[in-house]
Each structure stands twice: as structure tokens, then as C-alpha cells.
Design a binder for this molecule. Structure first.
Ligand code: PGA
Length: 250
């Protein structure tokens, strides 16, 4: 049984003073919470190194939001997985819908995930359908295909995390309902079981308008191993409340 995994995606938010204060507050708070929850924050790349330094060897995990699929070379403006690992990241979000909507396809996500793994980073791969796809009855087909095509070869359950993030729920204040989340997580887990030898053990997070108010209901659904939180991860009291919801409100 996995402990709940609570991940925060800061997106393109966080100037130095505010970002470091937010991370320090979370790192100190997490030390005081009994083990039973894993917490990851994914700040902008500019803050990775400083935040990784302040988190030190404590329990707060640090991740990046994207990486390039090549290890180095003539790719102006891009950042390789090895550079992120060098800056202190242990995880990297890949295939977020905000990147897929700019033309990133699952094959590219798989190539980035392979690069992440070879640099020692654990990829957190996002999949999810648009509203048009859901209304056309294609949610399951789309999500299963994204999953299959976004996974690099040679994975085991512990080396990857999946986040189911319906695009229509991201940043809209409209989270998916319990039946939708449980159904999609069951589908994703069944698909993972066919793709990896120990695929049933891969953690699957839910993301999309998770708040302090709805987190407990979502985290206790079958097949939900944690949450990927955008907006609420920038509000310390809300993000802590979400983590505590994973502990059963302790
Ligand atoms: P949100 O974003 O929590 O603000 O909806 C989630 C995400 O994009 O990962």
C-alpha cells in the first residue's frame, strides 16, 4: 500500500524571494508531520538549485516541470534531464497538457522520459482527455493511447508516476467527479498491468482543480495514490491541508 503522494506544480510562478520562502516553510513543516505522506514540489527551473539546497536531505522532494530529450547539444533555451538532476531535482513532470497543447506528442514525452530515467530522474507523466474528447465518448481510448505511447521501454513500477489530469479540470475550478476519477484510474491501472510486469503497482495521481476542500474525497477514492496540484500548491495553508487530507485529516 503506497503512502499518498502529494505533488505541487508551480508552473510559471515563483520569483526568488517568494519561492524560497514558500519552499522553506513547506520543508520545515514536513519535518514535523509524521511520515505517511510524500511531498514533491516542482518550482520553475530558475529556483531548483536553491530550493534543493534548502530541502537538503529532508523529506521534501524537488522536481522540474519539463526536460529536453537529448543529454546536451545545440538546443538553445532547453534544459536537459542531467542538468535538472545536477541542480538537485529527483523528479520531472512530463507531458503536462499545457505542453501537449503546444504540440508535444506522446512519442516526444516517451523520449523525454527515457532521458529522465537515464539521468536518474523519476518521470511524472501526465495524461488526460479534453472536454471535446470526453463528450465524444473517447476519454478512455485517448487516455489509454496516451499512456501506452508515453511510456519508454524498460520501466518498472517504481521508476515512474502517472498523473491522470483531465484537461477540462485543470485550472477551471471544476474537478472530475468521484465516479469519473475512480473509473479512469481503474482503466489506467488495468492498462499499466498489461504494459509493465509490475504495472499494477505504478502510482497514479489525480490532478485538476484539487483544493483543500475536495482533496480528502479524492484521495480516498479507489485507485488514487495521490494528487498533482497546481494553483493550490502555491498557497501554503491549502497545500498543507491537502497533504493532511492524505493522512486522513490527522
Ligand atoms: P490546477 O492544476 O490544480 O490548478 O487545476 C493542476 C495541474 O495543472 O497540474
Amino acid at each position: 500500500m503506497n503512502v499518498p503522494f502529494i505533488a505541487g506544480n508551480w508552473k510559471m510562478n515563483g520569483l526568488r524571494a517568494h519561492g524560497l520562502a514558500l519552499a522553506r516553510d513547506l520543508a520545515e513543516w514536513l519535518e514535523t508531520v509524521r511520515p505517511g505522506v510524500q511531498m514533491l514540489i516542482c518550482p520553475p527551473a530558475t529556483l531548483l538549485s536553491d530550493i534543493a539546497t534548502l530541502a537538503g536531505s529532508g523529506p521534501l522532494l524537488i522536481g522540474a516541470q519539463d526536460c529536453h530529450y537529448r543529454a546536451s547539444g545545440a538546443h538553445t533555451g532547453d534544459i536537459s534531464a542531467a542538468m535538472l538532476a545536477d541542480a538537485g531535482a529527483s523528479h520531472v513532470i512530463l507531458g503536462h497538457s499545457e505542453r501537449r497543447s503546444q504540440g508535444e506528442d506522446s512519442a516526444l514525452v516517451a523520449a523525454k522520459a527515457a532521458a529522465a530515467l537515464s539521468s536518474g530522474l523519476r518521470p511524472l507523466i501526465c495524461i488526460g482527455e479534453t472536454l471535446v474528447e470526453r463528450e465524444a465518448g473517447l476519454a478512455g481510448t485517448i487516455v489509454a493511447r496516451q499512456l501506452r505511447d508515453s511510456l519508454p521501454p524498460g520501466l518498472d513500477a517504481d521508476s515512474v508516476i502517472i498523473a491522470y489530469e483531465p484537461v477540462w479540470a485543470i485550472g477551471t475550478g471544476r474537478h472530475a467527479d468521484a465516479g469519473t476519477i475512480a473509473g479512469m484510474h481503474a482503466l489506467i491501472k488495468a492498462e499499466l498491468a498489461t504494459l509493465l510486469p509490475d504495472g499494477g503497482d505504478v502510482r497514479v495521481l489525480y490532478g485538476g482543480s484539487v483544493t483543500a476542500a475536495n482533496a480528502a474525497g479524492i484521495l480516498h477514492l479507489p485507485g488514487v495514490d495521490g494528487v498533482l496540484v497546481g494553483g493550490a500548491s502555491l498557497k501554503p495553508a491549502d497545500f498543507k491541508a491537502i497533504a493532511l487530507a492524505g493522512l486522513g485529516g490527522a
